[in-house]
Structure formats: C-alpha cells, structure tokens
Design a protein around this ligand. Structure first.
Ligand SMILES: [Zn+2]
Length: 245
C-alpha cells in the first residue's frame, strides 16, 4: 500500500480519485457479474464435404432463367454485350440473398468466395454455379484425405465472375468463370509439414490431373505462382501453365 501511495504521489494523482476509481471498477465488475449472460444464437455451419450437402444448399436458392434477368442487371454486369450472349443462352442463375452469401458451399469456402461482387437483381446476387465443378472440388478433397492430406488448407479465390468483374481481373471473354464452370484456389499446407510451397501445389495438381479432372476439363498450373491453381469442367482436356483463362 505504501508503494502504491508513493506511486500516486509521484504521478500527482489524488488518493481520493484513485479510491473512487477502484470502487467504480469493482461496482462495474459486480454488476456485470449479476447480469445474465446474453444468449447468442450462433449456429456454426459445418464445413461442406459431400455432393449431397451442396445439392441441399443450392436447392434452398431461388432460381431465375437468364432471359428474366432485368436490363439493368445485364447492363451493370456487362452481360448486355453481344459477345457474352453465350453466358446467357438458356442458363439458369441462382439468386443469392445477402443472408446466404456467407453460407459454406465447399469445405469452409462460402458462396461469397465463389461470387463476383457487383450488381444485384431483385436485391439478390445472380450467380452461375455449375454443380459439376463443385463436385470436382469435393472429389479432389476426398482424394487428398485418402492420401492423409488436409484439404482444409485450400482457399477458393474465384468461382463465377460476371463479365465486368472478369474484365477487371484481366480474364479472357471466353473465360470459364463467366459461365460458372471454373474455380480458382490457393493451395496451402495440405501435406501439413509446416510450410505451404510448391510441393503442396504439385500434390494437388497430380490428383487433379490423374484422378479428378483428367480429360473432362481444364487445369491451369501457373508454375510461376506458389499456390494458385485453376480447374474447370469445359468438357474436354485442356492444360496450360502460362496465362490466366
Ligand atoms: Zn481461373
């Protein structure tokens, strides 16, 4: 106590003020203790690891035929340009309300992770998601698990992109992201040896190349990038290493 008093003197703080502060703090702590802890309803969604779960989540979303997307949305997304007619065609877009954007759809990755920021239609974000490419991601994760690796250390960086967003990312106008047939992701430390490096990326690449994508689609390897990979379900074999598609 003597030490405290000396300290108070040195700092020129009145003892009375000090005592008042102590009492006020104690009162606050006691009153906080008396308050019942507010119940927070946090429903933590489990990660998505099965095709069935993907189907279930997507079945909760409203759908709209491309021809029903308003002129305003088409203009703002860049879809009104003739060269993107292929991205409309007879396609059906999912309409994602803001309340569902953080819903997990692939592992711990959310719908937002797979969606372009940008214009809305009827207060919802129109998204093209080809289930086939989502399923490929699940197959990749299953294969990694079988080999004793951890697929949770993969982060999706892109899924569907509307043309305006695709342009801003420097994507080709025929990019498989525009039709929701592609995923980009960063491979982390999947072999859990403490570092995320090319070794991890090659483990994933080999699984994709030999088991998952094979001749059904494309894989962008980007050897210059330590983590990035692209997969798509274009329907025929494609491999590249140099630039983004
Ligand atoms: Zn890509």
């Amino acid at each position: 106590m003597i030490i405290i008093e000396r300290l108070i003197k040195r700092r020129k703080i009145k003892l009375r003020t000090f005592k008042k502060t102590i009492i006020a703090t104690l009162a606050l702590l006691l009153s906080a203790g008396n308050n019942p802890v507010k119940e927070t309803k946090v429903t933590k969604q489990e990660k998505v690891t099965t095709k069935q779960k993907i189907d279930q989540i997507l079945s909760n979303l409203q759908k709209v035929h491309a021809s029903k997307l308003g002129a305003d949305y088409l203009k703002k997304s860049g879809l009104d340009h003739k060269k993107y007619a292929y991205a409309l065609g007879s396609r059906t877009y999912y309409l994602v309300p803001e309340s569902m954007m953080n819903t997990k759809i692939l592992g711990n990755n959310t719908i937002r992770d797979l969606t372009s920021p940008g214009p809305k239609f009827e207060d919802k974000t129109p998204v093209l998601l080809n289930k086939k490419v989502l399923y490929k991601y699940i197959e990749m994760c299953d294969a990694l698990k079988k080999m004793g690796h951890n697929p949770d250390n993969i982060k999706i960086t892109a899924g569907h992109r509307h043309p305006k967003h695709n342009d801003s990312e420097g994507g080709a106008y025929t990019s498989k992201h525009i039709t929701g047939d592609a995923l980009d992701f960063d491979v982390g430390d999947v072999n859990t040896n403490g570092t995320a490096d090319m070794e991890d990326k090659l483990i994933v690449y080999e699984i994709l190349n030999r088991q998952v994508i094979r001749s059904t689609g494309g894989i962008g390897k980007y050897s210059w990038h330590p983590h990035g990979l692209h997969i798509d379900v274009r329907g025929y074999r494609a491999r590249w290493d140099s630039f983004s598609r």
